[in-house]
Design a binder for this molecule. Structure first.
Ligand SMILES: CC(C)(COP(=O)(O)OP(=O)(O)OC[C@H]1O[C@@H](n2cnc3c(N)ncnc32)[C@H](O)[C@@H]1OP(=O)(O)O)[C@@H](O)C(=O)NCCC(=O)NCCS
Length: 220
C-alpha cells in the first residue's frame, strides 16, 4: 500500500501495511532472517512487515532484491546511495527510503492514534512543553503522542547520522496549526551541535486511525 506522495521529499518512497500481514508466509533473505531467530512471534511479524515495506520502497527506487541488515545500534543498514527508516506499531508497519542525493537522514514513526498515557507524556515532555501543547486545539490529549512520535523520528535521524543518543528533554516539537508540518527545536548544546548544518523538515499525518511522523534532514 502506498501513502500519498511526499512532495517535499524528492526521490522518496513510503510504503505501509496493516498488521498482521495477510497472505502467505513471507520468506526473508537469509541475512535478514538471522536477525530475528530467537524472538517472539509478534516481534518477528513486525520485523518482517517493516522489511517488506522497506524492500518495496527500495525496489521502486531501483534497488531490486535489496537486503536490509542491521547496524550495531539497531538501525536498518541501507544499500549504498539510499537512506531510510522503518517503524511498526500494533496495527501497522511502515518504511520510507530515499536517495542520499537529496537527504542525509530520515526518520519515520507510526503509532495507533490515541492519547498517550499521562505517565508516558510526563516522561517525554517537560513542564514547559506540556504547557505549550495544552494550549493547542485538542490540548495535551491530542498533541502529546505526536510530540513523542516526532521525538522518536529525531532519534532515528540523529543516532545514525551523529552516533548520538539524545534525551527526550533535549528537543522540543512545535506543531503548525496551518499545515501538517512540525519543527524541532534543540534545547541542549549537544542537540544544537548535532542538528547544525542541516535543514530539518517534519510532517505529521493522521490516517486510518494511525499517526505517522516523518522527519528529514537535508545538508545545508
Ligand atoms: C529505537 C526506537 C526509536 C524504536 O522505537 P520503538 O517505538 O520501539 O519502535 P518503532 O517501531 O518506532 O521502530 C523500530 C525500528 O526503528 C529502527 N531503529 C532501531 N534503532 C534505530 C536507531 N538507532 N536509529 C534509527 N533507526 C533505528 C529499526 O528499523 C526498528 O525496526 P526493526 O528492528 O524491525 O528494523 C526506541 O526504542 C528508542 O530507543 N528511542 C530512543 C529514545 C528517544 O527517542 N529519545 C528521544 C530523542 S529526542
Amino acid at each position: 500500500m502506498s501513502l500519498r506522495a511526499i512532495d517535499w521529499l524528492p526521490d522518496s518512497v513510503c510504503r505501509w501495511t496493516p498488521l498482521p500481514m495477510a497472505g502467505e508466509a513471507i520468506v526473508l533473505p537469509e541475512a535478514e532472517a538471522e536477525l530475528v531467530v530467537d524472538v517472539a512471534e509478534r516481534r518477528r511479524g513486525h520485523f518482517i512487515a517493516g522489511r517488506v515495506c522497506a524492500r518495496a520502497a527500495l525496489a521502486e527506487l531501483g534497488h531490486v532484491d535489496a537486503v536490509i541488515g542491521r547496524t550495531a545500534d539497531g538501525a536498518p543498514a541501507w544499500p549504498d546511495g539510499v537512506i531510510g527508516s522503518i517503524a511498526h506499531c500494533g496495527d501497522a508497519a511502515v518504511a520510507i527510503a530515499a536517495s542520499t542525493q537529496h537527504w542525509a537522514a530520515l526518520g519515520i514513526d507510526i503509532e495507533i492514534d490515541r492519547a498517550l498515557p499521562d505517565d508516558a507524556a510526563a516522561y517525554v515532555l517537560d513542564e514547559a512543553q506540556c504547557a505549550r501543547l495544552a494550549e493547542l486545539p485538542g490540548g495535551l490529549a491530542r498533541w502529546a503522542l505526536p510530540a513523542f512520535s516526532a521525538k522518536e523520528c529525531v532519534h532515528k535521524c540523529l543516532q545514525p547520522l551523529r552516533g548520538l543518543f539524545l534525551e527526550f528533554s533535549e528537543v522540543a516539537i512545535t506543531f503548525s496549526m496551518d499545515s501538517d508540518r512540525y519543527t524541532v527545536e534543540a534545547k541542549s548544546a549537544r542537540a544544537q551541535q548535532a542538528m547544525a548544518g542541516f535543514e530539518w523538515t517534519g510532517e505529521l499525518r493522521r490516517f486510518d486511525g494511525l499517526l505517522l511522523s516523518l522527519l528529514a534532514a537535508r545538508r545545508l
